[in-house]
Design a binder for this molecule. Structure first.
Ligand code: 6PG
Length: 488
């Protein structure tokens, strides 16, 4: 079947090809076929390709390939290839396997959760060979890949002109608008997907904290709390994650008859995108405290040995909790959740802005919120408000300071403080709520503690400081007569 063998070369009939027939890859291939595209499909293990075509071949036009050579040969030129393989070494190996069969102008898209720095490197390597490399975020899980994900492609404008229309067609649509747009050059798409996942972590942690507060404060059952979340889902907080929270809380374990949430081990892992978001933010000097706390909360949850020792040894001095005005408390938690969520998004968009400036990506943040409105895990009504904020002011310095969000947060401020204070008094861990509020207070404070820190740094390390009353760089002779010298 492949070039160089005795079998005749297949006719190039496929509009696009997908490599990797695990669930995400096969669902994406099916989605493309459902939209009328002829899709070449290839998997390292041939049996899997055959299985997909056997089970789903009737859904559209598939061209199964037994080897990489015939897979590439079956594609119309320029070839458009989507890799849906594991991020990391497997992606590099797959790229290497298709490379010898490609021609200048062909397009290779990586639809996995790759690190954006790998994408920048791969884009450099492939563009040096006259090929296009598109690192693209795809969000929505297995279901989204099949029925319409949110797609965040990077790469050149030329590659997008060829691939973009197909991606837009298969993406989710909200109000007739596709949840896919060209994010920016090289690693921009994977960067934005990474931050999407970081925000996803924060969103999930905040919802988790809300659940914990309500359960402990009200002594409510998971089923009762499912009703609360379902109700919230009918308002400002409407989102996929709130919706599925209600579903999970309502679920009863068939084996024990107990609430499902009570039979699941309370240890959360991660595949790494949340961690990358925080690591990158540290490099960029952008505080993403909500995402960081969410990531650390997962780490703490998995420290079973430390938790066990702590539970045995450490005192718990929490006051007994008896919430009297239950409705008011539920409203407080809802407002605190909304305010903390705005902070997490504001921080995430700050990280996108910083990376965009550093890498020259020119990312349109309003467009990112627009393509997150449908298909992806963080899809939510509230993303419309973010798009509107960036439409009002494309250069917006701080999402929180947009009049709409400033108003939301302002109105929820006392509720937010009450919730964090009550949580502290009653020993309920709320790292994401509390750190978001601390970030807010840090932003609005007149004088930060950094003045004192600058003094300490100058005393022990002659690190110098600047003054509020005149320009220049100064150092005090701390061990001498404490006179101040001007250095520049
Ligand atoms: C998506 C999800 C998806 C996934 C991640 C995060 O957008 O469809 O973000 O990429 O859920 O793998 O999972 P972890 O929680 O395991 O890091």
């Amino acid at each position: 079947m492949s070039a160089g063998r005795s079998e005749p070369s297949p006719v190039a009939t496929a509009d696009i090809g997908v490599v990797g027939m695990a669930v995400m890859g096969s669902n994406l291939a099916r989605n493309l076929a459902h939209h009328g595209y002829t899709v070449a499909v290839y998997n390292r293990t041939r049996a899997r390709t055959e299985e997909v075509v056997r089970d789903h071949g009737g859904e559209g036009r598939f061209v199964p390939a037994a080897d990489v050579g015939s897979f590439v040969e079956s594609l119309k030129r320029p070839r458009r290839i989507i890799l849906m393989v594991k991020a990391g070494a497997a992606t590099d190996a797959t790229i290497q396997s298709v490379l010898p069969h490609l021609e200048a102008g062909d397009i290779v898209m990586d639809g996995g959760n790759s690190h954006f720095l790998d994408t920048i490197r791969r884009e450099g390597e492939l563009s040096a060979r006259g090929l296009h490399f598109v690192g693209s975020g795809i969000s929505g899980g297995e279901e989204g890949a099949l029925t319409g994900p949110s797609i965040m492609p990077g790469g050149t404008a030329e590659a997008y002109a060829s691939l973009g229309p197909m991606l837009e067609t298969i993406s989710a649509h909200v109000d007739g608008v596709p949840c896919c747009t060209h994010v920016g050059p090289d690693g921009a798409g994977h960067f934005v997907k990474m931050v999407h996942n970081g925000i996803e972590y924060a969103d999930m942690q905040l919802i988790g904290e809300s659940y914990d507060l309500l359960r402990r404060g009200l002594g409510a059952s998971p089923a009762e709390l499912a009703d609360v979340f379902a109700q919230w889902n009918a308002g400002d907080l409407e989102s996929f994650l709130i919706e599925i929270t209600a579903e999970v809380l309502r679920h009863v374990d068939a084996g024990t008859g107990r609430p499902f949430v009570d039979v699941v081990l309370d240890r959360a892992g991660q595949k790494g995108t949340g961690k990358w978001t925080v690591q990158t933010a540290l490099d960029l000097g952008v505080p993403v405290t909500g995402i960081a706390e969410a990531t650390f909360a997962r780490a703490l949850s998995s420290q079973s040995t430390q938790r066990e020792v702590a539970r045995e040894v450490l005192p718990r001095d929490a006051e007994p909790w008896d919430v009297t005005d239950r409705d008011a408390f539920v409203t407080d938690v809802r407002q605190a959740l909304y305010a903390s969520k705005v902070v997490a998004y504001s921080q995430g968009f700050d990280e996108i802005a910083a990376a965009s400036a550093e890498h020259g990506w020119d990312i349109d943040r309003g467009a990112m919120a627009r393509i997150w409105r449908g298909g992806c895990i963080i899809r939510a009504q509230f993303l419309n408000r973010i798009t509107e904020a960036y439409e009002r002011d494309p250069g917006l310095t701080l999402l929180l300071a947009d009049p709409y969000f400033a108003d939301i947060v302002g109105r929820g401020l006392s509720a937010w403080r009450r919730v964090v204070a009550q949580a502290a008094l009653h020993g309920v861990p709320t790292p994401a709520f509390a750190s978001s509020l601390a970030y807010y207070d840090g932003l609005v404070t007149e004088r930060s503690t950094a003045a004192l820190i600058q003094g300490q740094r100058d005393l022990f390390g002659a690190h110098t400081y600047q003054r509020v009353d005149r320009p220049g760089v100064f150092h005090t002779l701390w061990t001498g007569d404490r006179t101040e010298i001007e250095l520049a």
